[in-house]
Structures are given as C-alpha cells and as structure tokens.
Design a protein. Structure first.
Length: 314
C-alpha cells in the first residue's frame, strides 16, 4: 500500500517537474551551519531541494513547487539518522511514513467555498511556534498574468470606484488610513511592480509552515520616481480575485487571480523582513549584497521549518 501511494505521488510530481523544467537554474547556498542546493525556475522555488550539515551529513532532501513541499521529503539529524519521512501530494497534504502515525485529516482539503476560493485554515495563536513578517517585490519578469494589460491593477481600481473594496494609504502598510479613490489620479498609470506584505508562521497543530499574504501594493514610475500607490487588504478582495480567470502555464491548478496568490504562482524577491528595525535590505546592504541577503532570508525560512520539524518530530 505504501509503495502504491508513493508511486502515485511521485508520478504526479514528475508531471509537475516536467512542466517547470524549462529554464531552471541550480543554485548552491552556503551558510555558517548548513549548506543547501535548490532550483529556481522562472523566478520560483521549484525543483529539487537538498541541504547538509556543516559536517557534510545530509539534513533534508525533497522537492518544491512554488515553495511548497511536494513528493518525498526526508529529514535527518546531524549523525545521518532519519528523523522524519513524509510524502506530499499537494500543499499541506501529506502522509507521514516515519515516525509512523495514524493518518490525520489534512489542514487544507483544498476545497473551494461558495465564493470561489479556498478558505484559510483557522489556527490558535498558542500553537504558533515561530513567525516572521516579510515584504516582497513582484516584478513584471516571469509574472505575465499579473501585468498583462494591467488587468490586476484595473481590477483594483474598478472595485474601488464601485466602493466594493477599500483602498489604504501607501504612507504606511498598517491598513489604518483609508484612501479615497479618485479615477483621474490613477486612470493613466501602469504599475511597474507590486509589493506584498506577508506573514510566515509555523503551526505546531498541523506541524507545517505556512505563508499568508496580508496586502498588495502597486508601484508605478511617476515623474522619474517609483511611487507606492495604495495598499489593498487581501482578505477583503479574495472573492473578487476568484471571479477573474487567468491562465498558468506553470501549474494547471492555477485558474484565477486568487489561486495565483494562494498557491504562490509568482516570481518575487524579499526586500524587507521583520528585523533590523524595520529597515529594507537596501538600507543596510549595498550592491550585490542586497540579492545575497534576500537569498539568505529565503533559505533561512526553509531551514527554520526543517529545524522545527526535526526538533518536534523526536
């Protein structure tokens, strides 16, 4: 029975990997206490992932699709002893092989509600073992659906014009200052990128790391300067995003704007984390160091989940 399940999961995974294989780049990463190798495909963390301890022993092996764990994942302690073995067939859905445990209901059944989107899992704050706030830039490169004919930006403006959603001032990202929509101010603007604010957290109830987008901010070049236009609170607009179809060559599961954000089908780079007194990376790093720092934060989040799983699975 286990062999059959593994065969089904890995066969499904091979189809996904085939779809994302074009243009992929193998990337090595070295930290002080671990090293990793991962694959970037069209700006997304998609493909094989592996990491090692400083002594050279394997720490983790698995596959990622849009940053989600897929297929077979194995985690080891520093002596090389297997600590955790799981088979993932979808985001947040896995069967635990070792240590063997009774099969539990998945945190997400990935079922759509009447509004057309997948509701978030409700968690209790007491079960959050670790969390971090992260801000990202989403550029036009490798994100065609988000920028094609300015559909997403025009959707925000149209909904605001009809008073269907509330816009918030870009003076801060706390969603405290409501912004009145004025059509003449935005009608001739095209965004050059989007900024997103999100929370990453580890839930001990589900034994999984999750990332949830809090808000989205379009940025445009105005008079030669990049200007943040407004913030949109994602939870307020999910039902609207779910009504607008898109096409994803990357993953057939992505059918709407809401799917795109829920399943994280976008290329992005971190520009700030909840450290360093809230300063963006460019405030304390220079030139090529900015991209390296963004990568360090990205890899540290993956490694943090692995460390938590190793400590809690014992």
């Amino acid at each position: 029975m286990k062999i059959q399940l593994k065969h089904i999961v890995l066969s499904s995974l091979s189809v996904l990997i085939t779809c994302v294989g074009y243009g992929q780049t193998n990337v090595p990463f070295i930290s002080t206490d671990y090293q990793a190798e991962y694959i970037v495909n069209k700006g997304r963390l998609s493909g094989a992932y592996s990491s090692k301890y400083s002594n050279g022993n394997s720490k983790a092996t698995g596959q990622l699709i849009n940053g989600f764990k897929y297929g077979e994942w194995k985690l080891y302690d520093s002596t090389g002893t297997l600590v955790l073995h799981r088979l993932y067939n979808a985001p947040f859905q896995f069967r635990q092989i070792f240590p063997e445990q009774a099969e539990a209901e998945p945190a997400y059944n990935l079922q759509y509600n009447d509004a057309g989107y997948i509701p978030y899992f409700e968690f209790e704050q007491k079960n959050i073992k670790w969390s971090k706030r992260v801000w990202r830039n989403i550029e036009e490169t490798d994100n065609e659906e988000l920028f094609k004919k300015d559909r997403l930006f025009k959707l925000f403006c149209d909904l605001a014009d009809k008073n269907s959603i509330q816009l918030y001032s870009a003076q801060n990202d706390e969603f405290t200052d409501e912004l009145e929509y004025k059509q003449e101010k935005f009608k001739s603007i095209s965004p050059i990128r989007y900024q997103i604010k999100e929370d990453v957290f580890f839930d001990t109830d589900r034994m999984e790391m999750e990332t949830r987008i809090i808000g989205i901010c379009p940025v445009a070049a105005i008079n030669g300067k990049d200007q943040e236009l407004f913030w949109v609170y994602l939870s307020d607009i999910r039902e609207h995003l779910a009504k607008h179809d898109i096409k994803s060559d990357f993953w057939e599961r992505i059918k709407t704007f809401d799917d795109l954000f829920f399943f994280r089908d976008f290329a992005s780079s971190i520009y700030k984390e909840s450290n360093h007194n809230g300063k963006p990376i460019e405030a304390y790093k220079q030139s090529d160091e900015i991209a390296l720092e963004a990568e360090r934060i990205e890899m540290a989040i993956i490694n943090k989940e692995i460390d938590l799983l190793l400590s809690l699975a014992r």
